[in-house]
Design a protein around this ligand. Structure first.
Ligand code: MG
Ligand code: ZN
Length: 225
């Protein structure tokens, strides 16, 4: 598939919910598990997607939606892996919404997809407010950002199904307090899964990948039951 780049305008919050529900029904019809991946800029969303593709590509058919204010750097990297990808650019925007997702879905081979990874715009604030039709919300925080992000951006952490802490290979050089971080996340979202990972060294990725594989399996089992 050719790499497509779409330039789109933001939706308003009211209509968003309805469109998100429509998107989810459409993904369900195709037995696709969809993940809305959110983080600050530079936390490692694209690296996580590339690692996930590398590890799961042989058994899982993956498609990707890339959200960015401008450029298609991230989508190019994914395109090089031979995975269907569509880049959404939102000039002056700061989050993806459901109608953008709908437009992107129109360009992807849904019949041949098991897992849809949606990389939201790098921003810890409003992406949490706009449902896209995803089944799971995954928050990625990188250790250099500090351990107090849950207190500063609570909504993101309250909404998360999984919290990944990336760049843990740098922990020896940082003041990041893992115990304090885990405690803060648990206060906002009791029992949420927290996976420490390094997309650079590959450390900790098995836990993330096995969570993901299990979720994909549940979608397939649901179809067969
Ligand atoms: Mg990226
Ligand atoms: Zn926004």
């Amino acid at each position: 598939m050719e790499l497509k780049i779409l330039t789109l305008k933001e939706d308003i919050l009211g209509v968003n919910k309805e469109t998100a529900a429509k998107n989810q029904a459409r993904l369900d019809k195709h037995d696709i598990l969809s993940i809305n991946l959110m983080s600050s800029p530079g936390a490692g969303k694209t690296s996580l997607i590339l690692q996930t593709i590398e590890k799961l590509k042989s058994e899982t058919r993956i498609a990707v939606i890339e959200g960015d204010v401008a450029s298609s750097f991230d989508a190019e990297k994914i395109h090089q892996q031979g995975v269907p990808v569509v880049q959404i650019n939102i000039p002056g925007g700061c989050h993806l919404d459901a109608s953008m997702t709908e437009t992107a879905l129109n360009t992807l081979p849904l019949e041949e997809t098991d897992l849809l990874l949606i990389e939201n715009v790098g921003n810890l604030i409003c992406p949490a407010e706009f449902a896209l039709g995803e089944h799971k919300k995954v928050i990625l925080l990188s250790a250099p950002e500090g351990d107090n992000k849950p207190q500063k951006y609570p909504l993101m952490f309250i909404e998360a199904d999984v919290v990944l802490v990336n760049k843990v290979d740098l922990l020896p050089y940082l003041d990041f307090n893992t115990t304090a971080f885990n405690q803060a996340v648990n206060e906002l979202n009791p029992g949420v899964k927290i996976f420490p990972v390094s997309c650079k060294t590959g450390e900790g990725l098995e836990a993330w990948l096995s969570w993901l594989e299990n979720e994909i399996k549940q979608v397939k089992n649901h179809r067969n039951s």
